[in-house]
Design a protein around this ligand. Structure first.
Ligand code: GLC
Length: 647
């Protein structure tokens, strides 16, 4: 008995010892791991710290704020989850991870798509059937009801809107997405905060510290000077760039809506705090950060307050900060400007800024081509994009949540006798369906009575004629509209860069006019194309006799081809080819010995594309037909993906 006791006692003691040893072992292993991780952080920090300090000092000349920034960067790194750190490391080893031919995005409003974040998590399988591996969750942070600008007026950068879920739900969603290799994109609205944000509330109470985070003026002298040079973003729905606050007798700068107060990045406190929010959100598992309205973030009197050099300093600082703390994430700049203003946001090859930018001029030019059935300008625009370094990655799209501004190359159009003002009117009339031969439906946005300018809103399907044909029960018109819709997607997939679908487009969702009954939305016609996903219609995606099925399956085929063919990687050569027919666009792609020719008929008549590609046989990947790439007959709104046979 005693023996046994002793034995047991001994073994207990031994057990404790083993436990203790293994605990010390675990602790030692953990601390060694921490050390390795910290070394990895320090290595990145040292790689970039000179430039980081240099730029920060140039902007703020404030050593203690810089030290605070560095201290916080380190804390955010420590707080970053193990899985995310591992992802960072693997992405650092494959810096081209996001430039492959499998990348396909989809953007949606969480409530429209699936009610809330949990709902989105339940819909990941649907997204997989759409071949999507990148989702852009439209703004979901706290925002005041009725004064939200679709969520772009953030009142708390660390809280999810209650109706959509919680930060934990976001983390759970990003983790679930990562398990399925889906990347998650979110907006970082850094130009302004909502007037309900704590800083704004305290500023409104007269706290100087917080007033200095915005632009306040106690009389109209300086605002008047700004107004002389600063254009308006919302000339009809929110005219002017300043808002009078009678309660405190001050004007505040509001480039967008009066409830969106512009932040003053001359104040280093603003920059630092916004960077902490950025890192906090990155640590929730975000892969792609869309920097909202980035050209606007620096203001100077007597300028347009857009694209100023210091904007680039800030973006470069952000890039350096993310390279150090969370190198796996990508920066997507929202620069809705003419091409020469857009491209600088890539930075240089040695000092990059954004990883990706929207191909906005190409998008607008695409719709111009639909309305004019003349591919001339589009060809020129694609040639400009194709001549840029391959490191510059564009995000291609047909429609997004915003209006289409007619930012076209009017100098070129002028040479063909087309003037800006009447042409914008023509495009708006065409897409509203006022012009003979137009089957489009949609509404104007911010029609400015002074300049005569107006932008346009509508879904892809409605702009292609699906709404009209459906309403008129015009079967032939419907076939034509579906073909046009698919042709536009096929062409969009051929462009160099990453394609992003607008949720609902995969089933041909048409305009939603119900926003007019909602007081909070009625004044903003962008809501016409922000309708809720119709899951009843989505049930038909496998039925090829339905509109939804035809579009979904047509897209699915294109998506499969894109994934299979290496010519769709971003590094491929992309160029345009003359077709000698104004209605037909031809794009070539070449990569690693493989060649693909895309032909797209933008007009309602059958055409012949007089391309004369070199001898050899081609196979149309869409129909499987063997063809020659010479004098190709192409039906109305038809499209081919001609792949050159291997010799
Ligand atoms: C961006 C958004 C737009 C919003 C604006 C102001 O342009 O895309 O929807 O109104 O920023 O935040």
């Amino acid at each position: 008995m005693r023996k046994a006791e002793t034995k047991n006692g001994n073994s207990l003691a031994a057990g404790k010892k083993v436990l203790k040893n293994s605990q010390t072992g675990d602790m030692a292993a953990a601390s060694a791991k921490n050390q390795i991780e910290m070394d990895c952080y320090m290595e990145r920090f040292h790689r970039h710290s000179d430039e980081l300090r240099w730029l920060y000092m140039e902007l703020y000349d404030n050593g203690s704020m810089f030290a605070e920034l560095c201290e916080n960067m380190r804390s955010f790194y420590r707080e970053r989850g193990e899985d995310l750190k591992a992802l960072d490391q693997s992405r650092e080893k494959r810096p081209d991870w996001y430039k492959q031919n499998d990348m396909l995005g989809m953007m949606f409003y969480i409530d429209n798509f699936a009610g809330n974040m949990k709902g989105v998590e339940e819909k990941l399988e649907y997204l997989e059937t759409c071949n999507v591996n990148y989702i852009h969750l439209m703004p979901f942070l706290d925002t005041p009801k009725g004064r939200s600008d679709g969520g772009y007026a953030v009142s708390d950068f660390r809280r999810v809107q209650e109706k959509l879920g919680t930060m934990e739900d976001l983390e759970s969603l990003t983790a679930a997405c990562h398990k399925k290799n889906i990347n998650v994109c979110m907006d970082f609205v850094m130009n302004h905060t909502s007037e309900d944000h704590e800083w704004a509330r305290r500023a409104r109470q007269g706290e100087g510290e917080y007033m200095s985070r915005y632009f306040f003026f106690d009389n109209y002298d300086i605002p008047a000077q700004y107004e002389r040079t600063v254009p308006q973003v919302f000339p009809t729905t929110a005219p002017g760039n300043f808002t009078w606050l009678p309660d405190i007798g001050h004007y505040v700068m509001t480039t967008f809506y009066p409830y969106q107060w512009d932040l003053n990045y001359k104040n280093p406190r603003v920059f630092n705090e916004m960077m902490y929010h950025f890192l906090f959100l990155a640590n929730r598992g975000i892969d792609i950060v869309r920097i909202d309205a980035v050209p606007y973030i620096w203001k100077e009197l007597n300028t347009q307050c857009r694209n100023l050099p210091k904007v680039h300093t800030i973006v470069r600082l952000m890039r350096l900060i993310s390279e150090i703390v969370c190198p796996g994430i990508l920066l997507l700049g929202e620069v809705v400007m003419e091409p020469e203003k857009v491209v600088p946001y890539f930075g240089t090859v040695e000092k990059p800024e954004c990883h990706m930018l929207y191909n906005v001029t190409t998008m607008a030019t695409t719709w111009h081509t639909v309305a004019t059935r003349d591919v001339g300008l589009l060809k020129k625009q694609l040639d400009i994009v194709n001549s840029l370094p391959k490191e510059y990655l564009f995000l291609n799209y047909l429609r997004c949540h915003d209006d289409i501004g007619w930012g076209l190359d009017y100098n070129t159009l002028k040479m063909g006798g087309i003037e800006e003002r009447p042409h914008k009117k023509y495009l708006n009339d065409y897409f509203q369906g006022y012009i003979d031969g137009s089957c489009s439906r949609g509404e104007l946005y911010n029609a400015d009575p002074v300049t005569g300018d107006a932008r346009f809103c509508g879904t892809t399907a409605s702009m292609c004629g699906i709404e009209k044909a459906g309403f008129e029960q015009d079967e032939e018109g419907m076939e034509r509209a579906i073909r046009k819709d698919l042709m536009l997607h096929a062409y969009m997939f051929m462009q160099s860069g990453i394609p992003v679908l607008y949720s609902g487009d995969e089933i041909g969702q048409v305009n939603d006019y119900s926003y007019k009954e909602d007081m909070d939305k009625a004044a903003d016609s962008r809501y016409i194309h922000r309708g809720a996903m119709n899951w009843e219609l989505a049930k038909r995606v496998k039925d090829s006799s339905t509109i939804e099925g035809k579009i979904f399956m047509g897209l699915n085929q294109l998506e499969q081809i894109r994934r299979q063919e290496c010519v769709f990687v971003s590094q491929a050569d992309t160029w345009t080819i003359e077709t000698w027919d104004p209605g037909v666009l031809c794009i070539g792609r070449y990569y690693n010995g493989e060649k693909l020719i895309g032909l797209f008929n933008f007009c309602e008549l059958d055409r012949t594309a007089w391309i004369d590609e070199e001898d050899g046989d081609y196979t149309d990947l869409i129909s499987g037909k063997r063809m020659k790439a010479k004098g190709v007959d192409i039906p109305a709104y038809g499209y081919y993906y001609l792949k050159k046979d291997k010799e």
